[in-house]
Design a protein around this ligand. Structure first.
Ligand SMILES: C[S@@+](CC[C@H](N)C(=O)[O-])C[C@H]1O[C@@H](n2cnc3c(N)ncnc32)[C@H](O)[C@@H]1O
Length: 188
């Protein structure tokens, strides 16, 4: 039986291919990349077409991209080949994530929320490893599925024992879709 998230996202990528492929790495990542170690292993969680993971691959990282959409990951692999970058990609349901202990130097989580993955991220980061996380905040609208949106303060609280280098929540009055952003380091 097909996974409902996979069906939905395969269709979204197919319908809006040009836009996804034209996407540039997230500003939060670009602005904090100089803090990261020069080399290492990075996880791009819910990578989609892996724009962010490929950015790190271009900086010398070995990158593992995980996503439920095999179509998104197929595009990610094609992009990696075209740019002669190495990318390992695997289809995976992040609702049931298990990761090896202290394996990654960097974990990226952009525009995706699965609270059950938080514990895996903590465990899978090496001591001193970096978490760069940005996703959408609840706006208190009736139609919102709260599984997909952070509560104000939730992201910071979830990683409050980490060394927090940057944390920002956009003002709810600012735009239609607002995000919480976190750049934090696992205690070493
Ligand atoms: C908004 S896109 C974000 C893609 C990328 N991180 C970025 O910032 O451009 C959300 C991604 O989450 C993936 N996704 C949705 N549900 C998932 C699940 N249960 N397990 C793994 N990935 C999932 C989708 O396939 C999609 O690629």
């Amino acid at each position: 039986m097909p996974h409902p998230d996979a069906e939905r996202w395969n269709a979204r990528y197919a319908a809006d291919l040009e836009n996804w492929l034209a996407q540039t790495p997230r500003q939060l990542l670009r602005e904090h990349a100089q803090l990261l170690p020069k080399r290492g292993i990075a996880l791009d969680a819910a990578a989609g077409v892996a724009t962010n993971g490929l950015y790190l691959a271009g900086r010398g990282y070995r990158v593992i991209a995980l996503d439920i959409s095999e179509y998104g990951l197929k595009l990610a692999r094609q992009r990696a080949r075209k740019r002669s970058l190495q990318l390992d990609a695997a289809v995976c349901d992040l609702k049931k994530l298990w990761l090896p202990k202290e394996y990654f130097d960097v974990i990226l989580n952009f525009h995706f929320l699965e609270r059950a993955a938080f514990e895996s991220y903590r465990r899978a980061l090496k001591p001193g490893g970096w978490l760069i996380f940005e996703t959408f905040l609840q706006r208190g609208e009736a139609a919102e599925n709260l599984d997909y949106y952070l509560e104000p303060g939730e992201l910071r609280q979830a990683f409050e024992d980490f060394e927090i280098f940057y944390w920002h929540e956009q003002d709810l009055s600012e735009r239609k879709r607002v995000t919480a952003q976190l750049v934090a380091r696992k205690p070493g």
